[in-house]
Design a protein. Structure first.
Length: 204
């Protein structure tokens, strides 16, 4: 919990992530304040997910199960120079609306397309560039229904000559807007994970 007496949630999370033996442990942070800036601080401290209070059991349990399933496959951080991806990415093309809510970008909106998604974020192309660390609100149109999440721009590339106007962005999810959004995102990722598990493998 962010608002703990003595040592708050941010410091607790930062200390956990500073311990090599605990660095790979997923951390879920809870806060009664539903503002992107607080989620960004949690992300910088090393939180895996943020969830606003009050929340219902379905959204909470879904995030816990997803975090635990990923923790089981994470290798121990033996070499600080090697940082494997925390979550597997799955190819998926969904319409996504991105709206900047602050940072160095003025408030604006763009519609693009996801290229792949994971439990903790997504890769998409947009018609314009959003600077790194820009807080954004996302609406992703998925087979499970529309999903609204708060996120931040983790990285941004450049459009290529072959695909002008398609600027690649990596977006880190900070918090689902509602417990229902959290449950739907969990459902989407699990469906993609199950489909990938049953894909035929090529010859060695």
């Amino acid at each position: 919990d962010v608002m703990m007496p003595g040592m708050d949630g941010y410091e607790t999370c930062a200390r956990l992530k500073a311990d090599p033996s605990l660095k790979a442990t997923p951390v879920l942070m809870f806060t009664a304040v539903d503002e992107v800036k607080f989620n960004e601080r949690a992300f910088r401290a090393g939180a895996t997910f943020c969830l606003a209070k009050p929340f219902d059991a379905r959204g909470f349990v879904g995030l816990v199960e997803l975090a635990l399933s990923k923790a089981d496959v994470l290798p121990p951080p033996l070499d600080a120079r090697r940082r494997p991806r925390q979550y597997r990415r799955y190819p998926a093309r969904y319409p996504v609306t991105v709206r900047a809510t602050g940072g160095t970008a003025e408030e604006r909106e763009a519609v693009g397309l996801t290229r792949n998604v994971s439990a903790g974020g997504l890769f998409c192309t947009l018609p314009e560039r959003f600077p790194v660390m820009t807080p954004v609100l996302l609406r992703v149109e998925t087979p499970a229904g529309p999903i609204a999440v708060a996120a931040t721009v983790a990285w941004c590339g450049s459009s290529s000559a072959s695909r002008p106007g398609a600027v690649p962005h990596g977006l880190r999810i900070l918090q689902a807007r509602t417990p229902e959004d959290a449950a739907r995102w969990t459902q989407v990722v699990r469906t993609l994970e199950e489909a990938a598990r049953h894909e035929p493998r090529g010859e060695a």
